[in-house]
Design a protein around this ligand. Structure first.
Ligand code: SF4
Length: 107
């Protein structure tokens, strides 16, 4: 039996499909991409924040407390970079210290 809630699975499936389409045929270079802003409509829809510690842990879907973009399965780019591409937000970079409601643990 899967431990991934159905809603999360659907979100991840849709996001992965969008990300694959957006990144196919070209490489995403983090330094060339604009930074995602918290007032971006897509960012607001996903409750994205530049600082994961500013998010109330009780409001998250997952009980895992140590959640940030750097330890999310959907982050791209190089470990250690402060801003990195993300499959959920194609064409932009997110803060490694950030968070959004689609966060998923790395396998
Ligand atoms: Fe992307 Fe994961 Fe950060 Fe959300 S938590 S913005 S999916 S890297």
């Amino acid at each position: 039996m899967s431990t991934i809630p159905r809603r999360k699975f659907i979100q991840l499936s849709a996001a992965s499909a969008v990300g694959c389409l957006a990144l196919s045929g070209r490489d995403a270079h983090a330094a060339d991409l604009p930074r995602l802003t918290e007032d971006d409509p897509m960012a607001q829809a996903m409750r994205y924040k530049n600082d994961a510690s500013s998010v109330d842990a009780a409001s998250r879907n997952s009980p895992v407390t140590d959640q940030n973009c750097a330890n999310c399965a959907l982050i791209q780019g190089a470990d250690g970079d402060a801003w990195r591409p993300c499959l959920i937000f194609p064409g932009k970079v997110v803060a490694a210290a950030g968070w959004c409601s689609v966060w998923a643990p790395k396998a």
